[in-house]
Design a protein around this ligand. Structure first.
Ligand SMILES: [Ca+2]
Ligand SMILES: [Ca+2]
Ligand SMILES: [Zn+2]
Ligand SMILES: [Zn+2]
Length: 383
């Protein structure tokens, strides 16, 4: 079965071939990619549109060696290409040290066949265990002059995009990249969470960043509304112990499944769907690693959520966590791993310890910009 990644929330997906390929002229490369995109287009209502200028969804690059994304190519042979899932920008990179041929009859590597596979990754598909699937991890021979999707590829596509494509929202482009927020100048976040795929998402205003232990991933920030089911800003995000994610904005919330895909029927009103939250809006939410239970924060209060009703002795005062010198309110919170949970307020964050009730670990607060966004130029795996 093909594994699923993230997906494009749009029907019209634009692409551009950014670099010259040393093996053949641009027009020929364009023709090959058109043919490769058609293999996918015939099974979805996605449309792939070549765009000569402006922003595009998928950038196709021919590059060599170290080309700036930390995934170096290796000269002729071995690694031929790689592609990013939609969540990481959807770019396709081809090793320009290869001798590329337009089809399987040339002396070089079949650019058409490699492109069809890499486009699958850019659409959000991971590798398949089906030997004959396009998304099988190894290149395979094909009969005739063109490739066809395997039933396993089609099943994965349908799960991501629906048989007729579930995406209806079209991409909006802003050409003013200058108005991207500078997180290092103002590292106050609205919400943060680590999703079941292990990636951390931090939200600020209309934008979000993807991070791992070592810092922000390339290609961010991105606009929230292009990847998530709502517009920014959001108030809070939390993944529960079952892997379901809740995103809160004003008096509503959305739910995502374990793959990070929006569940139908949302948003719902907090008051209707989560009746035991004693407020209509919240500041922050997290799952505490200590008991794997959800906690919510609002102004100077916090409480443990139970679907059976607010447990005794809750809500409680955040001064119990921090003492009187702590922050007046919490902006965001996140379970980081099985041993650590963090609270964020203003430009700073705290590590939570404690037994039964949260307490702050020694040595905190620390600066969010420095430890999570590497604004001092180095990464800090120890948070
Ligand atoms: Ca290579
Ligand atoms: Ca918040
Ligand atoms: Zn690359
Ligand atoms: Zn692959």
């Amino acid at each position: 079965m093909v594994n699923l990644g993230s997906y494009w929330h749009a029907n019209n997906i634009t692409y551009r071939i950014v670099d010259k390929c040393r093996s053949m002229p641009l027009d020929q490369v364009k023709t090959i990619f058109r043919k490769a995109f058609d293999v996918w287009e015939e099974h979805t209502n996605l449309h792939f549109i070549y765009k000569d200028e402006g922003d595009v969804n998928m950038e196709i690059r021919f590059v060599t060696g170290d080309h700036g994304d930390g995934e170096n190519f290796d000269g002729r042979g071995s690694i031929l290409a790689h592609a990013y899932f939609p969540r990481y920008g959807g770019a396709l990179h081809f090793d320009d040290d290869e001798l590329w041929s337009p089809d399987k009859y040339g002396p070089g590597i079949d650019l058409y066949a490699v492109s069809v596979h890499e486009i699958g990754h850019s659409l959000g598909l991971k590798h398949s265990h089906e030997r004959n699937a396009i998304m099988a991890p190894y290149y395979h021979k094909y009969t005739g002059n063109r490739l066809y999707l395997h039933v396993d590829d089609i099943a994965a596509l349908n799960r991501l995009y629906g048989p007729n494509g579930v995406a209806s929202k079209h991409w909006k482009f802003s050409n003013q990249n200058n108005d991207l927020p500078n997180i290092c100048k103002h590292a106050v976040i609205d919400a943060i969470e680590r999703l079941p795929n292990g990636t951390i998402y931090a939200f600020q205003g209309s934008y979000f960043w993807a991070l791992n232990e070592l810092g922000p991933l390339p290609g961010y920030p991105k606009r929230i509304e292009d990847y998530w089911p709502m517009k920014g800003p959001v108030d809070a995000i939390v993944t529960n112990s079952e892997g379901y994610t809740y995103i809160f904005k004003n008096d509503q919330y959305w739910m995502l499944n374990r793959l990070g895909r929006p569940i139908r029927g949302y948003p719902k009103a907090i008051k209707k769907g989560l009746i035991d939250i004693p407020t209509s809006t919240i500041d922050a939410a997290l799952t505490w690693h200590f008991d794997d239970k959800p906690y919510f924060f609002k102004k100077s209060m916090y409480w443990k959520y139970s679907r059976f009703g607010l447990p005794k002795r809750w809500p409680r005062h955040t001064t119990e966590i921090f003492n009187e010198k702590g922050p007046k309110r919490i902006d965001a919170g996140m379970k980081f791993d099985e041993k650590s949970t963090y609270l964020f307020s203003g430009e700073r964050y705290w590590k939570v310890t404690g037994f039964r009730y949260m307490k702050i670990a020694e040595g905190y607060p620390r600066l969010t910009a420095r430890f999570w966004f590497n604004c001092d130029g180095i990464s800090h795996p120890e948070k």
